[in-house]
Design a protein around this ligand. Structure first.
Ligand SMILES: *Cc1c(COP(=O)(O)O)cnc(C)c1O
Length: 401
C-alpha cells in the first residue's frame, strides 16, 4: 500500500513534525465489514463520541455514514452540536445524560436524547411545544451496568408511560448497555438481555412501544447476533481494534485506522556513564547513539511507557530510553545506520514490513485501546489519508478569532 511521503506529511518540514495518520480507506472497510456482519435489515449507529475515539469525529462520521452506518452516537450535547455545525444531518443520539436545562439547544439542533427521568423528559417536551417541534427520546435502561437508566420495576414502567404521553415527544428508542459482553463467558450479558427484553414486554403490555430497540456495543456486534435487535452501536471495532483481548475481530477485514508518527529532531552519541532524561534512568555503559523525538506524554504518548516500549525507524525497532518527557523523548538507535534528523519515526502503526500494534503499548500500560487513542492530544494534527494521498490535514491549535 502506498503511503504519503515524509515531505507530504510535514509539508516539506514546514509543519510540526508530529502527526496521527488516519486511514479513511480502512475506516470505510471496517464499516462495510460491520454492515456485512449485521446484515442489511438493521440500523447501525456509529459511535463517534470522544472525537471518534481520538480519530476526529467529523471526518469519521462522514466516512462511516458513506459506508453503511445510518446514524451517529456521541456522549454529550456539545459533541452532537459539533457534528451539526459540520452540516451532518443524520440522526444523532446522545448516549450520556442531557440535563433538561439544555432542552433548547438539543431541540434546535435536532438531536436525540437518552432519558431516564420524568423531569428531564418533561423539560424537553415543554421546550418542543414552545418551539413547535418534536423531540425524539431514547429510554435508557440500567440492566446491570449501574451507570444511567431506569432500573426495571413497576414504577419505572409507570414513569415511562407518563413520558410517552407528553406532547411533542417521539418515543424513538429504548436501549441498554452491556457491562461484560467483551469476555468469552456471556452469562452476564444474557442476564442483562433478559432484564431488558422483559422490561420492553412490560412496557408493550402498558401500551408503550418504540421505533428502535438496541443494546449491542462492539462485543455484542461480534458475538451476540441474536441481540442485534433493530440497531447496533459499534464503537472500538470501527477503528480497527478487537473489542477486548477475548473478543476479537477478523484482522483480515477490520484494520487499525490510526498510527502515530514523528520525525527525529536530534541525533548524537553519548559515552559510558552518561544518563538520559529526567531521573537519569538510562545509563550508558558504552557509546550509545541517541535520537531525540519531539513527542511526549502531553501528546498522549504515555509516560508509563518509559523504557518499556519500542518505536520504528528505517523499518527497525528502536528502544525508548530514559523517562518520556512532556514534549520529547529519546530512543536508542545505535544499531541502525545512517539515522539522521528528519527521519520518520512510527510510535505505533506500520513501517515497511515492521509493525507496532497499539495493543503492544496498551498491554504495557495495562489499559485498553480506547483510552490510548482518545488521549492522543489535540496538539497532534490529524492527517486523513485515502488512496495513499493526504486528503485533509486537521490542525487544532491554529487559533482564529
Ligand atoms: C461507548 C458506547 C458504545 C460503544 O462501545 P464499544 O465498546 O467501543 O463498542 C456503545 N453504547 C454505549 C451506550 C456506549 O457508551
Amino acid at each position: 500500500m502506498t503511503r504519503p511521503t515524509i515531505e507530504e506529511c510535514t509539508e516539506n518540514y514546514t509543519k510540526r513534525p508530529v502527526w496521527a495518520e488516519i486511514d479513511l480507506d480502512r475506516a470505510a472497510g471496517n464499516m462495510r465489514e460491520i454492515r456485512r456482519i449485521t446484515g442489511s435489515n438493521r440500523l447501525i449507529t456509529a459511535v463517534v463520541k470522544a472525537d471518534a475515539y481520538g480519530h476526529g469525529a467529523v471526518m469519521l462520521a462522514k466516512t462511516f455514514l458513506a459506508n453503511g452506518a445510518n446514524r451517529l452516537a456521541v456522549s454529550s450535547l456539545d459533541e452532537g452540536v459539533e457534528l451539526r455545525q459540520a452540516k451532518i444531518d443524520a440522526p444523532i443520539l446522545i448516549l450520556g445524560h442531557t440535563a433538561g436545562e439544555r432542552a433548547k439547544e438539543l431541540i434546535e439542533n435536532d438531536i436525540d436524547a437518552a432519558v431516564f427521568t420524568y423531569a428531564d423528559s418533561k423539560a424537553f417536551s415543554d421546550m418542543a411545544v414552545t418551539l413547535g417541534r418534536k423531540v425524539r427520546l431514547h429510554i435508557a435502561v440500567d440492566t446491570g451496568m449501574c451507570r444511567i437508566g431506569y432500573v426495571p420495576c413497576p414504577d419505572a414502567v409507570a414513569d415511562v408511560k407518563r413520558i410517552s404521553e407528553l406532547p411533542n415527544v417521539v418515543m424513538e428508542g429504548i436501549f441498554t448497555h452491556f457491562s461484560e459482553a467483551d469476555i468469552k463467558d456471556k452469562t452476564w450479558a444474557h442476564e442483562q438481555y433478559g432484564r431488558f427484553s422483559d422490561f420492553i414486554e412490560k412496557l408493550a403490555a402498558a401500551g408503550v412501544t418504540f421505533n428502535v430497540c438496541h443494546c449491542c456495543n462492539s462485543a455484542g456486534t461480534l458475538e451476540l447476533p441474536d441481540f442485534h435487535l433493530d440497531m447496533i452501536r459499534p464503537g472500538i471495532i470501527q477503528y480497527g481494534y478487537d473489542a477486548s483481548s477475548e473478543v476479537l475481530v477478523d484482522s483480515n477485514k477490520i484494520k487499525p485506522v490510526m498510527s502515530l508518527h514523528c520525525c527525529i529532531t536530534h541525533v548524537k552519541t553519548i559515552g559510558k556513564g552518561d544518563a538520559v532524561g529526567y531521573g537519569r534512568h538510562f545509563k550508558a555503559d558504552g557509546p550509545v547513539k541517541v535520537a531525540t523525538l519531539p513527542i511526549g506524554y502531553a501528546d498522549g504518548y504515555a509516560r508509563g511507557l518509559s523504557q518499556k516500549t519500542d518505536v520504528l525507524i528505517h523499518g527497525k525497532r528502536a528502544r525508548q530510553i530514559g523517562n518520556i518527557c512532556m514534549d520529547q523523548c529519546m530512543v536508542d538507535v545505535t544499531h541502525i545506520p545512517d539515522v539522521k534528523v528528519g527521519d520518520e519515526v512510527v510510535l505505533f502503526g506500520e513501517q515497511g514490513d515492521a509493525s507496532i500494534p497499539v495493543t503492544e503499548l496498551t498491554d504495557k500500560l495495562q489499559t485498553i485501546v480506547h483510552e490510548l487513542t482518545c488521549n492522543i492530544n489535540r496538539r497532534v494534527p490529524r492527517l486523513y489519508v485515502s488512496g495513499g494521498k493526504i486528503i485533509k490535514r486537521q490542525e487544532y491549535l491554529m487559533y482564529k478569532e
